[in-house]
Design a binder for this molecule. Structure first.
Ligand code: FAD
Length: 495
């Protein structure tokens, strides 16, 4: 049997970070959003090391900062790498970049079962209709335009849902991404295989770096070592394609013998036990061939996160790219539904910005995989690919912290929130309670002339804060758009 659902403005496919971000930011603008997720949460997912741009940019916009604090995830100050020609490990901290100064320099290492649940629950509480155990099998196409999806619920009942837009955020295994047209281009360069598991009782780097991600290169590839809690560590080997035969056969034996070949990781795990039961008990394999879809959108449909592209995990850019593209897609769809711009205009902006961010990581990573260079040379490359005037180290940290675009939604989302709040507070206070302490002040404020000037002032300020662009936003290309002051839509640049 097949059931028809009523109309939604947007159907979002997939409840990972990309889908949760996009759906929440559209529901916050009052649009009717349905999110369909195949699994029942919490569900396991890899991708545990986050960047400051996600924690302090996107998560702030989504309004989950408090929930994240309550969850008490492992604080991550930066990364420690045994990588390249230097025999000794080197460490970077996000705080060396002005972009992530002060409290915004801390990211988290997260158990994705918990993190993704927080984002999905938040989507619900912001008005997104979420249906779990709902697997999307196809899109509905009419006259070349995507107009909804078909999905199967837990009982196998088929449903048809119609919508103005479909956002595919269903990850690397998306069943519908190819409906965009064009092909997925797999990278010639990054053709790696990951083998990973979990350990209890692994050692920690000395303070203050105990929450850092540790990455250690060895002959056949490199290891990640991510402290998730004081006890639990995520450990994975990323192998060159030529080492594929090493993961065929007993996975446990394979992982243990790879660990033995990487002294830094072996030492950290010398007193640890592998977790053998529960969601962390399995040793998993992912062939994370990096790819990018030829096109990111077509009329009625857009790809977000891994559904569009994925790049090698060494700099933990996956969740950053997924949530950033979620923001960009929401901004684009909000603009069309709000009547600001045509679909083509905003999706072109979407694709340009998402490709740009992806390309920065890609181009930098190609150089980073050259093991004959030292860290200073890597930093210099970061400066070059970003075309930045900052120092090499700062450019590197800005890039690997997710702040290369310098987008307010990523590095300074507080400015959006503050701009709303402080403008409203300041001016509504003035207008509602104009009386000062002294009689003279009171007289002044009581005059209707002053009242009306203040009210007009308030309106202009509020309009400036919400309707126009932040002064420092510049288009990334000629004729391009910039974020509106509240970050939720696109706008014309201010000049
Ligand atoms: P996902 O997180 O994959 O979410 C997609 C959702 O869609 C899932 O919940 C899925 O169940 C659902 N879905 C799938 N099909 C359907 C369907 N037909 N209908 C309905 N729902 C569907 N990233 C980092 O940031 N840090 C890291 O340290 C990191 N390490 C990584 C290590 C490895 C080995 C790999 C392979 C990746 C790593 N990543 C890392 C990348 C990260 O896993 C992804 O980039 C990120 O999860 C992408 O988010 P997403 O929302 O696009 O997709």
């Amino acid at each position: 049997s097949e059931q028809n659902d009523h109309q939604f403005d947007v159907v979002v496919v997939g409840g990972g970070p990309g889908g949760s971000t996009a759906s929440t930011l559209m529901a916050m603008q009052g649009h009717r959003v349905l999110l369909l997720e195949k699994e029942e949460f919490p569900r396991y997912q890899i991708g545990e090391s986050l960047l400051p741009s996600t924690v302090h940019g996107i998560c702030k916009l989504l309004g989950v900062s408090e929930e994240l604090e309550k969850a008490a995830f492992m604080p991550k100050r930066g990364g420690t790498f045994r990588w390249g020609s230097s025999p000794e490990p080197w460490t970077f901290s996000f705080s060396v970049s002005e972009t992530f100064s002060g409290p915004t320099s801390l990211a988290y290492q997260v158990e994705r079962m918990k993190f993704d649940q927080i984002l999905l629950d938040n989507a619900r509480s912001k008005g997104v209709e979420v249906r779990e155990k709902s697997s999307v099998v196809d899109v509905i196409e009419e006259d070349g335009v995507i107009r909804g999806v078909r999905y199967a619920d837990a009982d196998g009942v088929r449903h048809e849902v119609r919508s103005r837009f479909v956002v595919d955020a269903s990850g690397n295994k998306s069943r519908i991404h190819s409906k965009i047209g064009g092909t997925r281009h797999y990278s010639e360069f990054f053709q790696n295989i990951a083998l990973f598991g979990y350990f209890e009782g692994g050692k920690r780097l000395p303070a203050p770096n105990s929450g850092n991600i540790l990455c250690a290169a060895f002959d056949d590839g490199w290891f990640w070592y991510i402290p998730l809690t004081d006890e639990l560590t995520s450990v994975g080997a990323v192998l060159r394609r030529e080492a594929l035969e090493r993961v065929q056969g007993d996975k446990e034996k394979a992982l243990m013998s790879l660990i033995d070949e990487c002294p830094l990781i072996a030492e950290h795990l010398s007193e640890a036990r592998r977790v053998e039961s529960g969601p962390y008990g399995e040793i998993r394999i992912r062939k994370d061939y990096s790819y990018i879809q030829e096109k990111f959108w077509r009329p009625g449909m857009v790809l977000v996160g891994d559904a569009a592209c994925f790049i090698d995990p060494v700099f933990s850019s996956g969740v950053h790219l997924a949530t950033y593209s979620g923001l960009l897609a929401a901004r684009s769809i909000n603009s069309v539904l709000g009547g600001d711009f045509e679909e083509e205009k905003v999706f072109e902006e979407y694709e340009a910005r998402y490709r740009n961010e992806y390309a920065l990581f890609h181009d930098f990573l190609v150089a980073f995989y050259d093991m004959h260079r030292d860290e200073d040379s890597y930093f210099w490359t970061a400066k070059k690919v970003m075309n930045s005037s900052s120092s090499g180290l700062e450019s590197f940290v800005e890039l690997v912290g997710g702040g290369a675009s310098r987008e307010s939604g990523l590095v300074n989302a507080g400015s959006y929130a503050e701009q709303h709040e402080s403008t409203f507070r300041e001016f509504s206070d003035l207008v509602d309670e104009p009386a000062g302490e002294t009689g003279a002040d009171r007289d002044l404020f009581d005059s209707t002339l002053v009242q009306s000037v203040l009210e007009e002032g308030a309106k202009i300020q509020v309009h400036a804060a919400l309707g126009e662009v932040l002064d420092d936003e510049e288009p990334i290309r000629e004729g391009g758009l910039v974020p509106s002051a509240d970050g939720m839509r696109w706008a014309h640049p201010s000049y």
